[in-house]
Design a protein around this ligand. Structure first.
Ligand SMILES: C[S@@+](CC[C@H](N)C(=O)[O-])C[C@H]1O[C@@H](n2cnc3c(N)ncnc32)[C@H](O)[C@@H]1O
Length: 479
């Protein structure tokens, strides 16, 4: 049987204090700590003490609080919604507690848990948003440590965002039927309004919220072209993950692994649209039309592409189709395969004094009569990352050597970069043609060429040519 969590002995609630009085009895350090805590709210703080420590006196003067300069009497509690006994004297604290309880006012006595009706939490304040952490008085230091962690997690702009939401709530309720509201608020707190507020652009956040409202009202969908990264699910961005969790439909390529797609909302529809080499389930124009029609149904579409969507992902055509159809879209970048492959090999893509530029290419433009620009850059020392280059490895090597690049130039190859089943290889331009003969490489392959490759760590990689040598040996033996 699953273990039940222990029962709470103190139940958390938020007490309305606006326009009401909170009384703190005491004039020392503890009273100051409680006054500061309550001072985060809009309550009127009254401090009852004949003598005040100077710091508390300053605090009262600076925060519009009231000092009742007198020995404590029960009458001072009359209009309080909450009372703190912080006199430092057990007998007096006990008296304050008895008086408050007799009047039906909840009371807290500093460091005397047995006298308390309520405990004060550690607070993360992003008014009107508040996170309160309680330990039933058992471990205030633990509460503070948790508070510090949560404080780091929550954006300082959260309060402003929540206030903006409050100001729009009535409008949203008037303009949107119930079933569209949830989507609107998800987009509001996770989308452009939140991002604008995060960087302090309150006007832009309001404008973005208006835009969202308009879109939801017109039941217009939205397409996010999202980079899924090279395959490891922890290499997708937080923004990509948020889009996946809010998607109605996920339209994904074959290269995106199931573990990444599984980060999407559980009830999101999933559509596989190809494409692996030689196996396209849908043509590019069909994919473009699909994105447009899904968005026209008012759905939030995530177009999930491997790596970065703008690197050899045909995103240009998809964006053009969406623009032509007047559909709103955005692009979420991802870690491209070249970066993942370089990381796997600890390979510096730029290397001081060796390579100061890099090229992303497919190599397929090497087939023409004239040498493409990037081949010249390679000769001048650029690091070249070749996408989809396995089937033309021999051609890439031959043309680069013919153009003047040394056959000894270092080459690295990574299959399934970033994934658990990755394989790393190293060699020279001379060895590169062997890649075409390797039937054992069934995953996506990234080739990196250039002098900077020599700076990689080859401790975990195999020589690229060893396979060819083994093949030749096997052939020799059978002859
Ligand atoms: C159509 S392109 C898409 C590139 C992708 N948009 C990107 O930014 O990585 C597909 C090619 O990317 C490379 N690729 C993608 N994922 C890879 C991986 N995990 N390991 C090695 N190469 C990869 C391969 O060269 C593959 O043929």
């Amino acid at each position: 049987m699953p273990q039940q969590p222990a029962k709470l002995n103190a139940f958390p609630v938020f007490v309305r204090v606006e326009g009401r009085t909170v009384v703190v009895v005491g004039g020392g350090e503890e009273a100051l700590a409680k006054a500061r805590l309550v001072g985060q709210s809009s309550a009127l703080v009254k401090v009852v003490a004949l003598d005040l420590e100077p710091e508390l006196a300053d605090w009262i003067a600076g925060h519009g609080a009231i000092h009742i300069e007198a020995d404590y009497r029960a009458a001072f509690l009359a209009d309080a919604v909450m009372v703190f006994a912080a006199t430092g004297s057990e007998a007096l604290d006990r008296r304050v507690c008895d008086d408050a309880r007799a009047k039906g006012i909840p009371v807290n006595a500093v460091d005397r848990a047995e006298l308390c009706d309520f405990y004060t939490p550690a607070i993360v304040n992003r008014a009107p948003v508040c996170v309160a952490i309680g330990t039933e008085g058992a471990a205030p230091v633990l509460a503070q440590a948790i508070r510090a962690k949560i404080d780091q997690l929550l954006s300082p702009s959260l309060g402003a965002l929540a206030s903006l939401a409050a100001s729009l709530r009535e409008t949203a309720e008037r303009l949107l039927p119930k079933r569209l509201r949830r989507q609107f608020w998800q987009d509001f707190f996770g989308g452009a309004p939140a991002r604008e507020m995060e960087v302090g652009h309150a006007d832009e956040a309001l404008a973005a919220a208006g835009e969202l409202l308009k879109r939801r009202r017109a039941r217009q969908g939205h397409v996010a072209l999202v980079g899924a990264g090279p395959g490891a699910e922890d290499l997708i961005t937080l923004r990509a993950q948020r889009h996946l969790m809010e998607a109605d439909v996920i339209v994904h390529d074959a290269l995106v692994p199931e573990a990444v797609i599984a980060l999407g909302r559980r009830d999101a529809e999933r559509l596989a649209v190809g494409k692996r080499k030689g196996c396209h389930t849908k043509s590019q124009p069909e994919i473009n039309a699909l994105l447009v029609s899904l968005a026209r149904e008012g759905r939030r579409v995530v177009r999930l592409k491997s790596g970065d969507p703008l690197v050899f992902g045909r995103a240009g055509e998809e964006m053009q189709a969406l623009r032509d159809a007047g559909i709103s879209y955005e692009v979420v970048p991802g870690v491209t395969a070249a970066f993942a492959a370089a990381a796997d090999l600890e390979l510096p893509l730029t290397l001081r004094g060796v390579a100061s530029s890099m090229v992303f290419t497919t190599g397929h433009d090497l087939r023409g009569e004239t040498l493409p620009d990037w081949a010249r850059l390679a000769i001048d020392g650029a690091t070249v990352a070749v996408y989809m280059g396995r089937s033309i490895a021999a051609e890439v090597a031959a043309r680069l050597i013919e153009a003047g690049l040394s056959p000894d130039t270092a080459v690295a190859v990574v299959e399934n970069a970033s994934r658990a089943d990755k394989r790393l290889f190293h060699g020279t331009l001379n060895d590169l043609p062997s890649l075409e003969q390797r039937a054992d490489l069934t995953g996506p392959v990234m080739t990196i060429i250039g002098d900077a490759v020599a700076g990689a760590n080859f401790a975990k990689s195999e020589p690229l040519a060893s396979h060819v040598a083994a093949l030749a040996e096997a052939q020799g033996a059978s002859a």
